[in-house]
Design a protein around this ligand. Structure first.
Ligand code: NAP
Length: 260
């Protein structure tokens, strides 16, 4: 039992989520680990318990299954010892929009977007009431790249980025910290969908998570570990704000004047 808040991490069986589990355990946080692969969760939990001495509970769940997602929501709503949520579980579907199966795409939206929304909504009122807590949402730099050929994945990540930025603004004054992490290409199983010779250079997962945790400790709203020049992000944010200021008109732009 530690005095630090317990951390619930989704998609903790492999990749980025597994390293978040390792790092939070090393920081002395007890954990609740969520994913479908019980064997991988058990192996990782056994190792981390031995290495760090923290208490680790497994909460196996398929987040695309309504009842199982609901059980994780209930846990987040009712367990006052959980003070940090890491919404990391995610996936992708191979193919292009016209070849992808609509059932697979609908499941993808449930996993990458709806589960993030529902789990954040399950804890946010409790965190806000208490005046503390943190939510880490794993987005992607693809959130900024709709022209790259992964339409629905990209759209889900844009949803996560936008939701996180909005919640950061809404909840920070109530003492709750919300961070969006937007990785670019990182060496995990997610890349198994892409042929090896078509993969870009990949960042190692530990490099990504350690950088994201520096952003977490600094209470950044958006953390993009692969982005070397922070001025590029600041310029994008500034351009967005200038554009929005130019949308407060009650007449349509002159370029849309109907031709007489
Ligand atoms: P990964 O190694 O494939 O890990 C995905 C995790 O999500 C696994 O733990 C998996 O566990 C879990 N998961 C998948 N489907 C699930 C479901 N239906 N219910 C519950 N858990 C499920 O990939 P990763 O790269 O670490 O992905 C983590 C996050 O980073 C994702 O949100 C991804 O979109 C994002 N991301 C990754 C990259 C990259 O280049 N790798 C870049 C940007 C963003 P089980 O299979 O055991 O359920």
């Amino acid at each position: 039992m530690t005095s630090k808040p317990k951390v619930l991490i989704t998609g903790a069986s492999t990749g980025i989520g597994a390293v978040y589990a390792q790092r939070f355990a090393e920081r002395g946080h007890d954990l609740v680990l969520v994913a479908r692969s019980v064997d991988k969760l058990e192996a990782s939990a056994a190792r981390l318990r031995k290495e760090t001495g923290v208490s680790i509970e497994l909460l196996p769940a398929d987040l695309t299954d309504k009842a199982q997602l609901s059980s994780v929501e209930t846990r987040l709503r009712e367990d006052a010892s959980i003070g940090i949520l890491v919404n990391n579980a995610g996936g992708n579907v191979g193919g292009t929009f016209v070849t992808q199966d609509i059932a697979d795409l609908t499941k993808l939206v449930t996993l990458n977007a709806t589960s993030v929304l529902r789990l954040a909504h399950a804890v946010a009122p409790r965190f806000a009431e208490k005046g503390e807590g943190a939510i880490i949402n794993i987005s992607s730099v693809l959130a900024l790249a709709p022209e790259w050929a992964t339409s629905v994945y990209t759209a889900t990540k844009a949803f996560v980025l936008s939701l996180s930025q909005a919640l950061h603004g809404e909840l920070a004054p109530r003492g709750v910290y919300v961070q969006a992490v937007a990785p670019a290409a990182t060496r995990t199983d997610l890349w198994n969908l892409v042929e090896e010779d078509k993969r870009p250079p990949l960042m190692e997962v530990s490099e990504l998570v350690d950088a994201a945790l520096v952003g977490f400790d600094r209470r950044e709203a958006v953390t993009i570990p692969h982005l070397h020049d922070e001025a590029h992000w600041q310029a994008l944010e500034a351009a967005r704000k200038v554009l929005l200021q130019d949308t407060g008109h009650i007449t349509a732009a002159a370029r849309y004047a109907a031709s007489k």
